[in-house]
Each structure stands twice: as C-alpha cells, then as structure tokens.
Design a protein around this ligand. Structure first.
Ligand SMILES: C[S@@+](CC[C@H](N)C(=O)[O-])C[C@H]1O[C@@H](n2cnc3c(N)ncnc32)[C@H](O)[C@@H]1O
Length: 495
C-alpha cells in the first residue's frame, strides 16, 4: 500500500507541475495524459464497476481524481466541446454515485465558467424520455451551477423553464431533486432578480414547497448530503477534497484516501492550478458535519463527556510515512476465498470477520456498506485489519446478482447455515474457489439466497443454545477451508 500511495502522490504532483510550465511539449504531454485517463474512466466491466471498492471502481475513481489535476487546463482547452460531449456520454454510463460525482462536478465547472455550453444542459433536461438516474444527475449539475450563478437572469429563466416539468414527474426521487434545485435558486436569488426572471412564474409552487410539511421533511434529507447542501464546484476544487474529502464522504476504504499533506511534501512550490486546501471551507465542512451527524458542539477539553466521536472524520489526515523504504511493501498472497458478509448488520461481527479475513489472507471481504468501517464498534474488533484487506461494497439487495455473477467466474457458492440439506463441517470437502455466504444475525440466510447456494455447511452443535455467533461461525469455516489446504501443502505461506 505504501508504494501505491507514494506513486499516486508523485504522479499526480507531476500532472500538477506540468501545467506550471506551459510549452508546446508540455501541452502535448497533457493532451496525451488526458486521453489515457479518459480511456480508463470509460472502461471496466459493467458488473465490477457497480460495486464500491471493486478493482474497476477504484481504477476509475483514481483516473477521475487524476483527470481533475488537469481541470484548470481543460477549461481553457480548444477541444473543450469534445470533452463536454464526452462528459454527457459518461453521465449516461457511469453507474456508481461515487464516480458520477466527478462527472457531475466537471460538467458543472464547465457550465459555470463557459455559458455557451449551457444550452446543452437545457436540451438534455428537456429529454423527457431519459432514464431517472440521468435526470437526477442533470438536476445535480443544475444545482451546482445554481450555487454559483443564482444572480444571472438568463440562467434562472432557463433553469425554471427546464426544471418545472420535472416537478410533476411520477418518479419520487426525480421530483424531489427538481424541487430542491428550484427551492435553492429561490432561496439564493435576490428578490429583485426573482421578480425579473422565470422564478416569478413559479412563485405559487415555491410557496407550496416552503410551506408543505412533507416537502420540508424531504428537504431535510438533502441537507444531510454534503454534495447537495454545501458542495461548491470552485471552492472545493482542492487536492484535499479530490483525494481525501470526497473519498471519506463516499465511504472509500482508507487505503484509497491521500492526505493533502503528502502532496505538500512532494510539491516544492504551492500548486497554482489547484490549491492544496481551502482554509475558508474548513468552517463549512465542520458546520455541515455537526449538522449532518447532529453532534453537540465540541468542547476543548478532550476528557469531557460532551466530546462525541465523529462517525467519519471527513477531513482527517490519513497519511503514510514516506520514510518507509519501498522494499518493505509486499503484496499479500491471497486465497481464492471471498467472504460475503452483506447480510450482516452488527459492526462488531463485521470488524471481527475483517480481522480473521485479513489474518487468513482471504481474497475479498464483501460488506453491505463501506461506511461501517468508520464505526468505533467495527474498529474495536478489526483493529487496522481493514486497511490491509480488499473490501467490496455489495448492497444486500444486489447480493443474489453478485453471487450469480461470481458463479459464472468459477466460484462455488457455499452457504454457512443450519439447514435441512447442510453438510456437517467435519464431513465437508470444501472446494478451492469459493464464495462463502454468512447469514444475518437475526434472520440467517433468506430463502432466495439459500436456493442459490451450491453447498451448505453446518457446524455441529451439542449445547442448548440455538446457534453460534455469526463471526465465530465464519471464522471456524474459514479455518477448516485452510486446514484442508494445509494438509495438501497448498497454503505454504500460512503453514
Ligand atoms: C445467529 S445465526 C442466525 C439465526 C439463526 N438462524 C437462528 O434461527 O437462531 C447467524 C448466522 O450464523 C451462522 N451460524 C450460526 N450457527 C451456525 C451453525 N451451527 N452452523 C452454521 N452456521 C451457523 C449462519 O450463517 C447464520 O445465518
């Protein structure tokens, strides 16, 4: 991880420095880097790209962060029109919200700085047959631009014209986004600007949005999302947000996050194109975090009981020591065993499993949400194991689809459950390439997933208690898998 981290810091610093000395040769190098990064942003298997933490998703997010290093240069580029067309295409195909944010952000930046491209946004918004996720993204782009251009008459008039039809959309989320954008424009614009723009025409609608308790409740959800309530496309264009804040908000694993301090140590002069961090934003991050997490105001005395630990410290300074020699970084040999723990809820169980998986060299630990790794209860059992273990986010509802796809890749689906057709662990011959499924703490493995399993394994019990703890069950089966390979001498690095 250290080598990986260092490479990313040096390479992205190089991208930044390239723009500091404009010349024909640096321009052609930049163009070539941009083309390669665009290529990476647009490739990857559809299945893999869907999951936060997958190799494809990580590769694409990294390519997007690096592309952002060139954003000030791109905004002046003679090929900007082609780039904008490419962004609209990406908006259609980028599935994961964490990566879509970069597409929405780049589009909004272009539209803020270059009004000549705005008709494209209005045209796309007037495609009433578009898919919901695209319209939601177009609303998000409109919101980002609104925050910067709320005093411009033409912009506000076009915004109302394009967004008002979506207020009547049957799709709840699309409707809520359209409401939020228009409400934001109304709140931000000066009253005399409101009077002279299309906003006047929707005054009765906005009054309804302001007064109606249900609309108020929905708005509260928008306030909780940093991107939707406080994100600023220009002010947040910092190394700190691109490489740290964004990843922490999205629940990236810690090894994907780079502190701006690392860049500070590599760049000899402060980067001009993109600042390391924006001091004035710090207060906003802080206020937003307290509001979003409903934390009491922190007091100075760290021993006071009023001090509440933050769930995710958005702008923390996770850092790797650059003094670690490169040779120390080693790739851990991994077993072809994936542990699917998406059905589990308790952070303690997931933390314990993370530790077992890391120690045994499991290929990947699959979680319902990466955010659990930021919880104190998870970390108290995981210690730092999750920093050295490949993690993948697969939502509970997507688990059947994920398992089926893995079976096509050659994995045997093994359920760990007390069921009629289960084989006792002491009689089970566990296949080489497996995906182990554990059940929910209360409900176990639901029938739709039980029927997907190629094999079920049960740990024999003799006591009165109905079942074992799920973390213990998973660990016992993983150990048996390893024990069977130790006998055949297959797991040399562990033996
Ligand atoms: C606490 S159990 C779930 C509740 C359980 N179905 C019951 O009715 O008591 C949580 C999970 O732990 C695992 N588990 C617990 N005891 C087990 C055993 N003896 N054999 C195999 N898996 C077990 C299974 O994955 C199960 O879904």
């Amino acid at each position: 991880m250290d080598r990986d981290y260092t490479c990313r810091v040096f390479l992205n610093s190089l991208f930044l420095m390239l723009q500091m000395q404009p010349s024909t040769s640096s321009d052609s190098a930049i163009e070539s880097f941009i083309a390669q990064l665009q290529n990476i942003c647009g490739t990857g298997s559809e299945l893999e790209s869907k999951y936060l933490g997958s190799t494809d998703q990580r590769r694409r997010s990294r390519a997007w962060s690096s592309l952002f290093m060139f954003m000030p240069w791109i905004l002046q580029w003679s090929n900007l029109a082609d780039f904008v067309d490419w962004l609209f295409v990406r908006l259609k195909s980028e599935i994961l919200p964490a990566t879509r944010h970069f597409v929405e952000w780049s589009l909004a930046l272009v539209l803020v700085r270059c009004p000549e491209f705005r008709p494209l946004l209005w045209r796309h918004l007037k495609n009433f047959r578009g898919k919901a996720h695209i319209t939601i993204s177009l609303c998000t782009v409109s919101l980002f631009v609104t925050r910067k251009r709320y005093q411009e008459h033409q912009f506000l008039t076009d915004l109302c014209d394009s967004l008002t039809p979506w207020l009547t959309c049957n799709h709840f989320t699309v409707r809520a986004y359209a409401q939020w954008v228009l409400y934001t424009a109304w709140q931000l614009a000066d009253r005399d600007v409101v009077k002279s723009t299309g906003l006047t025409a929707i005054a009765p609608l906005v009054n309804f949005l302001v007064e109606n308790p249900e609309c108020q409740r929905h708005r509260e959800q928008f306030y909780l999302e940093y991107a939707l309530s406080a994100f600023d496309v220009e002010e947040d264009l910092t190394i700190d947000y691109i490489f740290s804040g964004h990843g922490q908000l999205q629940g990236y694993t810690t090894d994907e996050i780079i502190s701006s301090h690392a860049f500070g140590r590599v760049l000899l002069t402060a980067p001009i194109a993109i600042p390391l961090l924006n001091e004035t934003r710090k207060t906003i991050y802080d206020l937003w975090q307290k509001k979003a997490l409903q934390l009491p105001v922190q007091v100075d005395d760290p021993t006071s009981s009023n001090v509440v630990q933050r769930k995710g410290d958005v702008w923390s300074n996770h850092e790797v020591d650059f003094s670690i020699p490169f040779e120390k970084s080693q790739k851990v040999p991994r077993l072809p065993l994936i542990l699917a723990a998406s059905l589990l809820e308790k952070p303690e169980n997931l933390g314990g499993l993370s530790r077992t998986c890391e120690i045994f060299g499991v290929e990947t630990l699959v979680l319902h949400s990466m955010k659990v790794t930021t919880e104190a209860a998870f970390q108290s059992l995981a210690v730092t194991s999750h920093l050295h273990l490949p993690l993948l986010e697969v939502l509970r509802r997507n688990l059947p689809e994920f398992l089926t796809a893995k079976r096509r890749e050659g994995y045997t689906i093994v359920g760990v459950e007390q069921a009629e057709s289960s084989v006792a662990l002491n009689h089970a011959s566990i296949p080489e390439r497996i995906i182990l499924v554990l059940g929910n703490e209360k409900g176990g493995i639901p029938p739709n997933i039980l029927t997907l399993c190629d094999m079920l394994i049960e740990i024999p019990q003799s006591g009165e208690t109905r079942s074992l703890n799920v973390h213990v069950s998973g660990s016992l089966v993983m150990w048996e898998y390893i024990r069977q390979r130790l006998d055949t001498g297959n797991v040399r690095e562990i033996a």
